[in-house]
Design a protein around this ligand. Structure first.
Ligand code: FES
Length: 145
């Protein structure tokens, strides 16, 4: 039996050099047209992710990986992306937004406040927005799918 004591994740994270300085996950999930939650792909997520990857290469941003991801469960706010290890989320719509995230966050190391997605933000689902809740009843939280 191996008696090796495994370090905690926090200990390992504090001592190991990360393979990437930043790892960006851009949702490009696609759902059938008309789905109540919509999806990042129908809002341009795939094209914007491709643009971000191309521009990151052109700008020679080192040790940054721009990946596509499946649904990150914040569909109503999409397209969305999350950058690790910071765990900072953005919602974005245009190539100019992508340019600003690349320059300000990944190159300058500053948060893009105008695109920041607060961890607690949960906009109502489109159908919920059309059916106001009766007084005193809390709004439901979005379900995963
Ligand atoms: S479809 Fe992008 S977060 Fe769900």
């Amino acid at each position: 039996m191996d008696n090796t004591v495994n370090p905690s994740v926090d200990q390992a994270a504090a001592t190991l050099k990360p393979y990437y300085k930043s790892h960006v996950f851009c949702c490009i999930n696609e759902r059938a047209p008309g789905h109540r939650r919509g999806c990042c792909k129908e809002r341009g997520g795939a094209e914007l992710r491709d643009y971000m990857k191309t521009r990151a290469r052109e700008l020679k941003i080192n040790r940054v990986r721009i990946n596509q991801s499946g649904c990150l469960d914040r569909c109503e706010l999409g397209p969305v992306l999350v950058i690790y290890p910071e765990g900072i989320w953005y919602t974005y719509q245009t190539k100019e937004d992508v340019d600003e995230i690349l320059q300000t966050h990944l190159i300058d190391g500053q948060v893009v406040s105008r695109l920041l997605l607060d961890p607690d933000r949960k906009d109502p689902k489109p159908l919920d927005a059309l059916t106001p809740d009766p007084p005193g009843r809390p709004s439901p939280t979005p379900s995963a799918f």
